[in-house]
Design a protein around this ligand. Structure first.
Ligand code: SF4
Length: 354
């Protein structure tokens, strides 16, 4: 198993060690990972820590789309797309955990590259025992040469777990991480013991911690817990953006915005995106280029309805669809790549990079 370079624009590599998930809030309703695991990747297999073999398809429920009736005398229209949801089974994949320890030091000539951790699941899922989180922390400490970008919707559990772990003595923290690697079935003879011990003694929390928030309710619930979580940096993924969001409280280091992808994608309104952009700019006194310590902005995965003047932005996956607001414009097909212009300017800021 090797490092997977990712099409996700704000990371260099994506790597998942947890398999399966379940819905946490409305932002999960059209979960891209469940769709992938239930369709293209359904035959991909993995072995859990007890040695049991699973396929990705085992972790997903499929709700078949219905045929749509045509008008009188007309043939049936195309079927609605299938819907997919995780069924709540969640496992640690020890082979993927080992692969994370062995990630290359350099990719495409770049050291210190970024890794979107568990891009297909949730690191702090409630079904996972505590030692599974400890085993992942052990990897983040072992690979502190990389920027681990951890995104969760279970911000409360993450905050409690990491705060407690980081409050331990270095010895106790090391013991927890070391034991967790053993519990996960990792061959500890090959693990650089000294590097993990040094990270524990240094008391570092080198990972970047983020939460997904799709609307004001999830933002207000998760962001205070995120801010209280030990990390080198804090960020929010406002994706899929399903409503306006006021960035209450102190600003985070980084805001990523995107509309929903997939055949059942729900539209994001451009004014919601503009509002977050304006709040970020106001927090940095209007500076168009962020200084270190300023909030950074990354806008992706949007297309513009040219007919209704910027209402009804959506990012479908696959074929184009009519604008859900006015029906008069064909929203582009695959717009997952790149940073689309927002009022004539693209936003692709990543903290700590020029
Ligand atoms: S938390 Fe993430 S991976 Fe899990 S169901 Fe929700 S969107 Fe999917």
């Amino acid at each position: 198993m090797s490092a997977a370079k990712t099409k996700i624009e704000w990371a260099d590599v994506a790597h998942s060690v947890v398999r399966g998930c379940s819905r946490a809030s409305d932002g999960c309703a059209e979960c891209w990972s469940a769709r992938m695991d239930g369709s293209r990747l359904k035959g991909q297999s993995f072995t859990d820590t007890s040695g049991q073999l699973h396929t990705m398809g085992d972790l997903v429920k499929i709700f078949p789309g219905q045929p749509k009736l045509g008008g009188k005398g007309q043939p049936l229209k195309a079927r609605e797309p299938n819907r997919y949801a995780f069924n709540g089974q969640v496992y640690l994949d020890p082979a993927a955990l080992q692969a994370a320890i062995d990630l290359p030091r350099v990719i495409d000539g770049k050291t210190g590259y970024s890794v979107f951790w568990n891009h297909r699941s949730d690191t702090a899922h409630e079904q996972l025992p505590d030692w599974v989180i400890d085993a992942q922390v052990a990897v983040w400490l072992l690979r502190h040469d990389l920027r681990m970008l951890v995104l969760t919707k279970r911000a409360g559990r993450m905050q409690r777990h990491l705060s407690e772990l980081m409050s331990l003595t270095p010895n106790a923290r090391f013991r927890r991480c070391w034991d967790a690697l053993g519990e996960a079935g990792i061959d500890r003879h090959a693990v650089p013991f000294g590097r993990l011990a040094q990270s524990c003694y240094d008391g570092i929390a080198p990972w970047w911690m983020g939460v997904s928030a799709e609307n004001q309710e999830s933002y207000d619930e998760r962001i205070p817990e995120l801010r209280a979580t030990p990390a080198a940096g804090h960020f929010a993924s406002l994706e899929p953006m399903l409503g306006p969001i006021e960035l209450r409280g102190p600003m985070l280091s980084w805001y990523i915005i995107g509309a929903e992808a997939g055949p059942n994608a729900r539209p994001a309104d451009l004014d919601w995106v503009r509002s977050v952009r304006d709040q970020v700019l106001a927090a940095r006194d209007g500076r168009s280029m962020p200084l270190p310590g300023d909030p950074h902005l990354f806008v992706k995965q949007l297309d513009v309805c040219e007919e209704c003047e910027g209402r009804g932005y959506v990012a479908p996956w696959g074929d184009g669809i009519p604008c859900p607001e006015c029906g008069g414009y064909e929203i582009a097909g695959n717009v997952r790549k790149g940073n689309p212009p927002l009022d004539g300017r693209s936003w692709a800021e990543i903290p700590g990079t020029p």
